[in-house]
Design a protein around this ligand. Structure first.
Ligand code: BDR
Ligand code: CA
Length: 303
């Protein structure tokens, strides 16, 4: 099994990814950390606690994380994608057991990394603020972590761009400085970005089948995806992109994906703020921006 720490801003597709982590026997979920993003951190934390209870994973600690990006002022929440309550406004009840881990997310991440030194895979599927805070507090963190498999980025390989701007994907755009810190730290990062998640669609018929055949959890997931589907419909022609669960899939079985290697940087201001750039061998650049930066993996194809 793979020991996974899930850093999330639930979020409809976050909820689907969490359900996968709760049920896939290849995953050992050791903690959930929350971050602002699709909604405020108050809301995403309430949702994480509620989903933990709903999915029956009471033993997994939830630690609350960052309310805002390191530098960039907030550009608002994605209530038009995920609903006012972040979970499609179907009336998801708050958890009865709303006990949080006492530690802030960044400290929780650091302690888990040390407890499972060499084994832990971080799977962030929201803005990367908590991971960046952990790196700032503990520069040794990369030595203890096996890898980072994140949902984020848009590298333009499909010929189209971001979902927050012509070049920026939402999680990276939410905290570009944090993303650049994570991308350039000395640990292996895999970017599961729009290049592949826009190829991983769940059709309306498939979602309906989940609702019909998937028991009580399938019914719930079909319910919350209706709001999400209304946003995605004009873009997908029906059905949804399955962003965050794709990062979970990649963490559990990278062989499903085609990877491209090269260092990655993130643009932190200006018109291209939040753009992810991977330098390939054919890209000359006399600037010092790439000096000493290790190769990372970018998903460019998927089965
Ligand atoms: C990402 O942004 C959020 O809206 C989703 O939960 C996903 O993590 C997709 O760009
Ligand atoms: Ca998310």
């Amino acid at each position: 099994t793979t020991k996974i720490l899930f850093d999330t801003d639930p979020g409809i597709d976050d909820a689907m990814a969490l359900f996968m982590l709760a049920r896939d026997p290849r995953a050992e979920l050791v903690g959930i950390t929350t971050v602002f993003g699709n909604a405020s951190v108050d809301t995403t934390t309430r949702n994480a606690l509620s989903l933990r209870e709903r999915f029956g994973i009471h033993h997994v600690p939830v630690a609350r994380g960052a309310a805002r990006a390191i530098v960039k002022p907030s550009s608002g929440y994605a209530d038009f994608v995920h609903g006012q309550d972040g979970l499609g406004d179907v009336g998801t009840a708050p958890a009865e057991n709303d006990t949080l881990d006492g530690r802030a997310a960044a400290l929780f991440i650091i302690e888990m990394a040390r407890r499972y030194s060499g084994e832990l895979v971080l799977v962030p599927v929201g803005p990367l603020t908590n991971i960046a805070h952990a790196l700032q507090i503990d520069p040794d963190l990369p030595r203890h972590v096996r890898g980072v498999v994140l949902m984020g980025g848009a590298f333009g390989t499909l010929g189209h761009g971001g979902n927050m701007s012509p070049v920026a994907e939402a999680n990276i755009h939410g905290d570009p400085h944090a993303a650049d810190l994570v991308a350039t730290a000395d640990w292996p990062v895999t970017f599961v970005g729009l290049d592949v998640t826009h190829q991983i669609r769940m059709s309306t018929a498939y979602l309906d089948e989940i609702g019909r055949e998937g028991g009580v959890h399938g019914h719930y997931i079909r319910g919350i995806t209706r709001f999400y589907e209304r946003f995605y419909e004009p873009r997908t022609g029906g059905g949804i992109y399955s962003h965050d669960a794709s990062a979970v899939a990649c963490a559990l079985d990278p062989s499903l994906f085609t990877l491209r290697h090269g260092p990655v940087r993130v643009v932190t201001d200006g018109i291209a703020c939040g753009q992810t750039i991977q330098r390939l061998p054919g890209h000359p650049d006399p600037s010092p921006h790439w000096d000493g930066i290790r190769d990372q993996a970018v998903c460019v194809g998927v089965d």
